[in-house]
Design a protein around this ligand. Structure first.
Ligand code: GLC
Ligand code: GLC
Length: 810
């Protein structure tokens, strides 16, 4: 590994060269104010919505890659350098970037001078704090000239990159002392502005990009920096920036710390201005005051660190595999929380101006963070359910700021409703809080049309049985989980979207995947009904679930695996009789997770087929063989070149379904093996090929039929985060919440002699130790709780704020 290493004790990934195979990023944020930050200090900040409240400017897919961010320039005699290497790109004597949980640190050394930049977003204010520590390592006094740099975005990130006829005339700033204010559009409808401050006197400043940079220069050599000066410019239109110019003198061995604050404030309409045109700076000043010394800033950073310690303590494990431990204990849970905040909106692959919150995505993300932040999970469920239609169908997406269904995209993705059952079931198992079912929740955000959340679940369930096709399997609609299996779309127009274009009517495309999902979540729905003593509804649900099982057995089985679907014309998809794509991953994982084939050997046959046709060194591909040409009757899936994305890529999101299926079939060795093929820590050595961050899962790794197998894309914001955490924590380690207790059912590699799990669950801590003297994978032979033998594999709900010791022998 030549790019970095894990520092598990500090919960950091330490990057040791700025030239990683792709920018390796981190997220800083407090739920409202966020920054995305790369290992060379690229990235941007925004408030809540990366499209509507973009604070600093970023240029996606720019050249050179990742070339806008929040930067420092240090001039030390003849040498000009940046602690994060970029933008000056002067070779450093030492470089390190430490991405931690909620903060990033850059360490640069040059010319016997050390600079450390620590960036984080505190919980208490909407700002990014940067602590710049400068140290003179030489035996001479040094006078350093420092320039800071951020470029403002004119708020709406889409307009900012398209509407230049307006933009170039609107920019406005104010300057007061060491604070540079960005107030574009504050004069009219906006009640927010941003500022960039440093807690020391300035030698100068710039707010006009052209003057600071020189019209034809890049960020590596701005005129102001090269000329060791500042022009004290006040921007009018064009592109406002904020750059402080500071001089720092350091005696040999001396160090100094400066605190920069990049803040965002909202001001009530009536208080916006102090005099005509002069903005009310009081709210900014109150933030600045909280960070006017390094001590205050470090104390606030410590709170961020402590917060993460508490959050992660909900689930911690020790197994013989350090890599597995660091994924489960630190990075996977961190990634799950990030997906809670961002769904699929803002990363280095999601531009922050495209997608809203996905109905299915957000429900699935919840499976990965509900144990960490159950109170936020409850609100999230209500928000999602509030966008549901009366007939149980769902908008495919909703907008985070308005929390309303996105009518540009609409609905009819027929798996969507069932994911709501998945999320609510996980929430109730985690918390025992069935009162959520009584919450009154609108349909389509119409406050005049409300029903209990329980009724919403019932409508989700019924939406499937009200939309069955000729084989009594669920109609697929626009698509199911696989957004690209568009069986009713028949698009021959490159200017339309596969997903939202008018669908052809009269077809009967059905999904075996949704059928499997219906069995799994239909059973969970029935269990919830039983639990709240609605026996009649439970029985009704069970009847439909059994009918679906019959339909799958009769029409969904291909002989050696489960079929994927029936197309518009009623032809089989994912069958050995097909010309291409004879087998798909999704129904194999989901049907077995639903319990199908476990008793009659079909699960085993299926998993052997998956192993034979779909598994490869880089993970399990989505389908095999890949589509080699466009099939109009299948839609977007066949639009991708073979081996990429939904066309036979390793779509990491659904690999855990097979991992879980393997554990249900008792094969702990294979479950673990599959996990290691996609796990970031286990594939760290492949970083040169993988390209993306070795500490988080990527959505997709190019499959075995790709031009370049093993190359990963779309890191961070993916359902792979939640599902791999579910697979590892609940199924390999086997500690999962049930309605009546904490279930323990590990399915581990045979060679693991001992594992332990600490799980916080319903106001108690469970210290679980599993001994495996006989080299088994699964099956408990003995279990004691606080010294007392108990039968079965379910631990009681203690709810007593105590710690309980559980000893298990397999
Ligand atoms: C993307 C989408 C997700 C979908 C998957 C497969 O990850 O966000 O909703 O299920 O692709 O198409
Ligand atoms: C494309 C992608 C798919 C994603 C969808 C979201 O179809 O291939 O992964 O889910 O866009 O709209």
């Amino acid at each position: 590994m030549k790019f970095g290493y894990f520092d598990d004790k500090s919960r950091e990934y330490v990057i040791t060269t700025p030239q990683t195979p792709y920018p390796w990023i981190n997220y800083l944020g407090n739920g409202d104010f966020f920054s995305i930050i790369s290992n060379t200090s690229g990235g941007y900040s925004f408030y809540r919505d990366a499209r509507l409240r973009r604070i600093t400017r970023y240029r996606y897919n720019n050249i050179p890659l990742d070339s806008n961010g929040k930067y420092f320039y240090i001039r030390d005699e003849e040498v000009l350098w940046s602690p994060s290497w970029k933008p000056a790109k002067t070779p450093l004597d030492k470089y390190e970037c430490r991405h931690g949980l909620g903060y990033s640190k850059f360490l640069g050394e040059k010319n016997k001078c050390r600079a450390e930049v620590t960036c984080f977003v505190p919980d208490e204010v909407n700002a990014e704090i940067q602590i710049l520590k400068l140290e003179n390592l030489s035996d001479k006094t040094k006078t350093l000239k420092i320039h800071s740099f951020v470029e403002w975005c004119l708020w709406n990130a889409l307009e900012d990159t398209t509407n230049f006829q307006r933009n170039f005339s609107t920019g406005q700033v104010e300057i007061e002392g060491s604070t540079l204010y960005h107030k574009t559009e504050f004069r009219e409808r906006r009640n927010h502005y941003a500022f960039y401050h440093v807690n020391t006197a300035l030698k100068g400043y710039d707010t006009d990009r052209e003057k600071f940079l020189g019209l034809y220069n890049g960020l590596e050599a701005p005129d102001a920096v090269i000329n060791q000066t500042a022009y004290n410019t006040e921007a009018h239109g064009w592109s406002p920036i904020a750059s402080h110019f500071i001089e720092v003198t350091l005696k040999p061995g001396e160090h100094k710390e400066l605190v920069f604050v990049l803040g965002y404030v909202e001001v009530p309409d009536k208080d916006k201005f102090v005099t005509n045109q002069v903005i009310n700076k009081a709210p900014a000043k109150s933030i600045i005051e909280k960070f006017d010394s390094p001590a205050k800033a470090y104390a606030s950073l410590q709170l961020v660190v402590n917060k993460w310690t508490t959050l992660l303590s909900a689930y911690q494990t020790t197994t013989p595999d350090d890599k597995f431990n660091r994924v489960v204990n630190i990075w996977n849970q961190y990634q799950c929380v990030i997906t809670y905040f961002f769904s699929r909106s803002a990363s280095y692959f999601e531009s922050g101006i495209g997608r809203g919150m996905g109905f299915r995505d957000s429900n699935q993300d919840l499976l990965g963070f509900v144990h960490i932040m159950p109170h936020l999970a409850k609100q999230r469920i209500i928000d999602i359910a509030s966008t549901q239609f009366e007939d149980g169908g769902a908008y495919h997406q909703y907008q985070p700021l308005t929390k309303r269904g996105n009518s540009d995209i609409g609905g009819n993705f027929n798996d969507d409703p069932l994911w709501l059952i998945a999320a609510v079931s996980a929430y109730i198992k985690e918390t025992g809080d069935t009162s959520i079912l009584d919450e009154s929740v609108p349909f389509d955000n119409n406050e005049k049309n409300k029903a209990s959340l329980f009724e919403h679940l019932k409508r989700s369930f019924d939406h499937v049985i009200n939309n069955l096709g000729p084989h009594k399997l669920p109609l697929i609609g626009r698509a199911d989980w696989n957004d690209c299996l568009n069986l009713n779309c028949f698009s021959n127009n490159p200017d339309e979207s596969f997903q939202i274009t008018e669908n052809k009517s009269g077809g009967a495309a059905e999904s075996v995947f949704i059928a499997g999902m219906f069995v799994k979540y239909g059973k969970e729905y029935a269990e919830i009904c039983q639990f709240i003593k609605n026996t009649k509804e439970a029985q009704r649900a069970e009847i439909h679930v059994n009918e679906m099982v019959n339909a799958i057995n009769k029409h969904g089985w291909d002989g050696e695996w489960f079929l994927r679907a029936y197309d518009f014309f009623g032809n089989k998809i994912g069958s050995h009789t097909c010309e291409e794509a004879k087998i798909f991953i999704e129904p194999q994982g989901f049907c077995i997770m639903a319990g199908l084939g476990l008793e009659d050997g079909r699960a085993n046959t299926t998993l052997e087929s998956v192993h034979k046709y779909l598994a490869c060194e880089h993970g399990i591909v989505l389908n095999y063989p890949a589509f080699t040409r466009y099939h109009i009757e299948y839609g977007e899936i066949s639009s991708y070149p073979q081996g990429y994305k939904e066309n036979a890529g390793v779509f990491c999101h659904n690999n855990p379904w097979v991992i879980i299926a393997e554990t249900q079939n008792g094969n702990g060795d294979r479950a673990y093996d599959y996990f290691t093929r996609i796990s970031p820590a286990h594939t760290e050595d492949k970083s040169e090929l993988h390209k993306t961050e070795p500490y988080v899962f990527a959505q997709m790794i190019a499959g075995k039929e790709a031009f370049k197998p093993g190359e990963a894309k779309n890191s961070w914001l993916t359902g792979a985060a939640a599902w791999t955490f579910v697979a590892a924590s609940q199924h390999i380690l086997g500690v999962r919440p049930g309605l009546n207790g904490l279930i323990v059912d590990p399915c581990i590699p045979k060679q693991w002699k001992e594992i332990s799990v600490t799980r916080r669950f319903r106001n108690a801590v469970y210290n679980i130790k599993v001994h495996n003297p006989d080299g088994k994978s699964r099956g408990i032979s003995e279990m004691t709780v606080d010294g007392t033998l108990i039968k079965g594999n379910e631990l009681p709900i203690f709810n007593d704020n105590n710690i309980h010791e559980i000893e298990i022998t397999l």
